[in-house]
Ligand binder design. Structure first.
Ligand code: TYD
Length: 207
């Protein structure tokens, strides 16, 4: 790895787990250590990606179409934004990344893991976060939080039944497979406690 390369940190979790709340503090933590930081999100993060996000969140489509559009947005983001930033030495923090596709599209929608691995190899070419915070929360509590927060739930937030149970399980399985870069957080805890856990991890991993 290029020794000047920046670090790549991602936030993951089911809808309503509360990951986005911690984004500003995370950006501030990195900035205070003298690094330039680029904040982004998935799907989105580029002009094209944000246009695809609108479709992904609000337009009915087939599961394969959804998967391919997510990876199309990711190709644009990785190749035009994330890789160049890391090469310049900037740190990148992203609200979701490829782990979300293994959780939502494989776990939630049932897309074959082999398809996702093929797309991941093609589009992401081995780029993995250095650290991933997984906000782990039971789907019932998460759903209550979503109902309080969004007046008009998007296509994913509208999923019922066992969808979020499967997404959560797939996230946890991914965390086990990639244990060295994952930090699983008990997202039912108060935000201040969660931030102190996050800060501990950051200090330990990036001394
Ligand atoms: P989200 O971070 O929840 O946006 P917001 O906090 O504004 O609601 O992301 C939007 C949705 O996209 C979320 O429900 C999960 C879904 N998603 C996937 O299904 N697969 C993916 O690979 C990504 C990146 C997101």
């Amino acid at each position: 790895m290029n020794p000047m390369r920046g670090r790549f940190i991602t936030l993951e979790g089911i809808d309503g787990a509360g990951k986005s709340t911690h984004m500003p503090s995370l950006v501030q933590w990195v900035t205070q250590r003298g690094h330039q930081v680029l904040q982004t999100r998935e799907p989105g993060g580029t002009e094209l990606g944000e246009a695809l996000r609108q479709l992904l969140l609000h337009q009915d489509m087939q599961v394969d179409t959804e998967t391919l559009l997510l990876f199309a947005a990711r190709a644009e983001l990785v190749q035009a934004v994330i890789r160049p930033a890391l090469e310049r030495g900037q740190w990148v923090v992203s609200d979701r990344f490829t782990d979300a596709s293994f959780a939502y599209q494989q776990g939630g929608r049932g897309v074959a893991r082999a398809h996702l691995e093929f797309l991941e190899n093609w589009v992401v070419e081995g780029l993995q976060p250095d650290l991933t915070f997984l906000f782990d929360l039971d789907p019932v509590t998460a759903q209550q939080r979503v109902q309080r927060a969004s007046a008009k739930p998007d296509r994913f937030e509208q999923q019922g039944g066992t969808f979020f149970e499967r997404v959560r399980a797939a996230y946890l399985e991914r965390a086990t497979r990639h244990a060295s870069r994952f930090c699983v957080l008990p997202a039912a805890q108060p935000a201040t406690h969660l931030w102190s856990l996050i800060e501990q991890q950051l200090s330990r991993r990036f001394p």
